[in-house]
Design a protein around this ligand. Structure first.
Ligand code: HEM
Length: 206
């Protein structure tokens, strides 16, 4: 009884069969390389013309370049065009500060203590026109934090005659505003002039 391979040999199939197989595998790998290459080419073509990829990328690149140029020339990320980003760089004059005394509902309420200016709008019940501490709004009334003289005369920035200890407790009030969850430090008050020859403020207001 002949085996299948003997039969194949007799029919002259062996060689033909082997050669066909090798052709098949070559073709397949060529085909697969072609398919892969085609897929890669298509992916590259898609990326290079797809506006959803190209436009945001170009915009991002443009913004990054602008930021880098601005920073290297002006030391800021915005060509120095935006001011007051650092609150300590905003300087108020006394008359500017007075505009924020709570009398205009559309404006925030600011107060100053030891020349640090805070937005205390969230404490409107204290510093608004009806509030018990409205005298502090729109001015630097540092002295009144120590004396408790909540009138126009007493709410002054004039600290002459106060003791070291009183100044320390005034600093604690300032810390209170700095550390407050909703009050915001917004700038510094230009030190208002104090006439050294003027009489000391009267602290016996009660
Ligand atoms: C030197 C004297 C005083 C000063 C400088 C002073 C200052 C202040 C200030 C600035 C606030 C507002 C705090 C904030 O923004 O949250 C406040 C709130 C308040 N003060 Fe005075 N105060 C003084 C004396 C008094 C006295 C004697 C009493 C009581 C008889 C009092 C009762 C209150 C009360 C109840 C509040 C509201 C507290 C709250 O709801 O959180 N204060 N005080």
């Amino acid at each position: 009884m002949s085996t299948q391979s003997e039969v194949n040999q007799r029919r002259g199939h062996t060689v033909t069969h082997t050669t066909d197989q090798s052709f098949d595998s070559d073709d397949a790998s060529k085909q697969s390389r072609k398919v892969n290459k085609g897929a890669i080419d298509r992916a590259i073509a898609k990326i290079s013309v797809n506006p959803y990829f190209v436009y945001p990328f170009t915009i991002l690149l443009f913004i990054s370049c602008q930021l880098a140029i601005s920073y290297s020339f002006t030391g800021t990320w915005h060509y120095g065009l935006i001011r007051h980003t650092d609150p300590s760089s905003r300087i108020f004059t006394a008359s500017e500060l007075a505009r924020y005394d709570g009398s205009n509902a559309g404006r925030p309420i600011y107060l100053s203590i030891l020349n640090d200016v805070f937005d205390v709008s969230s404490g409107k019940e204290f510093y608004g026109k009806e509030g018990g501490y409205s005298v502090f709004a729109g001015r630097d009334g540092s002295r009144a934090f120590i004396t408790g003289c909540f009138d126009e005369q007493g709410a002054t920035h004039d600290l002459r005659g106060l003791s070291e200890r009183q100044i320390e407790s005034l600093k604690k009030w300032r810390d209170f505003y700095h550390e407050h969850a909703t009050y915001k430090f917004v700038g510094r008050l230009e030190t208002p002039h104090i006439d050294e020859n003027a009489p000391l403020p009267d602290d016996n207001c009660k």
